[in-house]
Write a protein that binds this ligand. Sequence first.
Ligand SMILES: N#Cc1c(N)n[nH]c1N1CCCC1
Length: 332
Amino acid sequence: DSGSAKTTPEKDDLEYLTPVSIGTPPQVLNLDFDSGSSDLWVFSSELPQSSVSGQSLYDPSKSSTAEEVQGATWNISYGDQSSSNGIVYRDVVNVGGVEFKSQAVEIATTVSSQFTRDTNNDGLLGLAFSSINTVQPQQEKTFFDNILSNLDAPVWTADLKYHAPGTYDFGVIDKSKYTGDITYTDVDQSDGFWMFDVAGYGFGNSTFKAAPFKGIADTGTTLAMIPAEIAGAYYRQVKGAKLDSQQGAYVFPCDSVLPDFIFGVGNARYTIPGKFINYSLLDESDPTTCFGGLQPDMGIGFAILGDILLKSTFVVFDAGTESTPRLGFAKK
Ligand SMILES: N#Cc1c(N)n[nH]c1N1CCCC1
């Protein structure tokens, strides 16, 4: 098996939403594919109306193939303090033509206000490791884990783009989506994430610094949260940039020309264009102050390499054969 699904960015590339078919007849929901978490959960007919503001709802009672997982519950909270919880069904799930007949579909009976406000996001499809799936008493597998043995190759790939649709592929590495070689690096899955070593960094007229740091490849995070001293050194190159203490984030004049940011994987070097790092207005009411796409990590012990970084490359999430999983990066 192999398949390909188009993923479309919300405003400012806040997140990328991908159509997923669930049930019989198929109910299509647009989900946020998240390599930083491992639950497939959806807005559902079981939610109170006050929690729904335009999202599409999965209704298991309208699917002839839905079966409730008796006694199973789930409860997840994310780094941005958003959260959701509910009960569990199994149903047919199809992503880009790849189907699994008894995927755990976690239906929300409660969602936090951030999700209610995110009107086009119908839920999440977790693509981190199944070891951090939150279903109890019996943990469930991710969609990728479930389809793995049927895939032509044990991989999924992310080709995210700046202010344009991209694709998530399963079971195939599409050579038309990248240039040059793919550089692979080992993954430490012990925290359930796609965690790897960034070999170092560079920007502006500074030379590349071989100062390695750990980070997770996280398609579910908008920005790139990097070690505070690196973020500080980067924004010192930007006239008028300052750390907005209220936000705990760097802001700068919107007409700033931001330096490119170089990151290393193994011996390879990749460039995040400065344009990507001029992320968005801080506040719609002030057209002169902009918000950076690179921000300091919150001292959690690893960087969170989200869409700002991932969209500058073609990324291979490789489960490996019996060996360790690995990540591949290529220019495009
Ligand atoms: N915070 C956070 C976060 C993350 N690190 N990966 N995915 C996240 N979210 C998915 C939906 C809301 C937040």
